[in-house]
Write a protein that binds this ligand. Sequence first.
Ligand SMILES: CC(C)(COP(=O)(O)OP(=O)(O)OC[C@H]1O[C@@H](n2cnc3c(N)ncnc32)[C@H](O)[C@@H]1OP(=O)(O)O)[C@@H](O)C(=O)NCCC(=O)NCCS
Length: 324
Amino acid sequence: MIADPARHSKITVRPLVENDLSAADRVIRLAFGTFLGMADPTSFMGDADFAYTRWKADPSSVLAAEENGKLIGSNFASNWGSFAFFGPLTVEPEYWNRGVAQQLLPPTMEIFRGWGNRHMGLFTFPASTKHIGLYRKFGFWPRDLVANMTAKLDGISDKTSAGPALFSSAKPRDRSALLIACREVTDAIFDGLDVEREICAVVDQKLGDTILLWDLTKLAGFAVCHTGAGTEAGSGSCYIKFAAVRPGAQAHRNFARLINEVKSFARACGVEKIASGVNMARREAFLAMVAAGFRVEGQGIAMETGDANAGYNRAGVYILDDWR
Ligand SMILES: CC(C)(COP(=O)(O)OP(=O)(O)OC[C@H]1O[C@@H](n2cnc3c(N)ncnc32)[C@H](O)[C@@H]1OP(=O)(O)O)[C@@H](O)C(=O)NCCC(=O)NCCS
């Protein structure tokens, strides 16, 4: 059910354009900072960025809500092939509870329909009756907790080792084959899952790099990492936006190898910590993160379409992502 239209008669929803980005960035920080009760809400996320990098990755996937020419909210959608998620969804605090989010969500679902994703999800605050109630109206059901984990890096970079294989080091003519190899890994876990958009955003916008883990000639796994200011990581941090390991007998071993490769990459970048999210239904992956020295810093909840088994959040899946 959509909110009473009389409450938002002057609000329009349209694609977000480049000129909107600084206003959208301000509303994202202000909305989350206010919701979390921060003394200076606009300092939310420090020098990390969602708005600019996600818009550049795919301008057609971002919506703006405006009233009388003023941007008062936005929502970002991400297309991962057979799966898609939305967020950050934010509304200027003085407009909360006037149906603005409920104006942004139907066109977001329309974007998903256009992409043809068969499974959709989002990350939200498990303790908020408002958030859970709002998203339930649009077909999302609360599922598992998502652990947001960090590990402090100690030790120094091993200058003698060749370092991990990196997507950015591949010749441009070899990159489409590498994107296909990455898709094979994710497709083996969830039919059609494909994070090409993230790998390309990282290399095109120089947000970090994608670490490639090889088993002889076959790609065994990969990790898409953001590092530093102006990315989803922020200063001093390496954020694993997405990582996956090919299923099979070697998955556990390869996952531990991949995390080690991320650590050497992060050390070489000179950052102090690694951050990543993992859905706790992926029990083995979560426990392997704990074994690798990661601690849970906070947790959210995944809400998903479909029934309790839909999607790729299940035991035995070695994927890191959090849909934030
Ligand atoms: C979350 C946020 C985007 C919602 O935007 P909004 O414009 O205030 O939301 P709307 O007014 O469209 O919808 C509010 C709905 O929440 C639901 N809701 C609120 N309280 C509820 C409760 N106690 N139980 C169940 N549902 C509840 C209702 O469906 C309500 O709509 P209704 O009054 O028409 O029934 C906004 O509050 C925000 O920016 N928050 C800070 C950032 C954030 O948390 N973003 C989302 C991250 S997942």
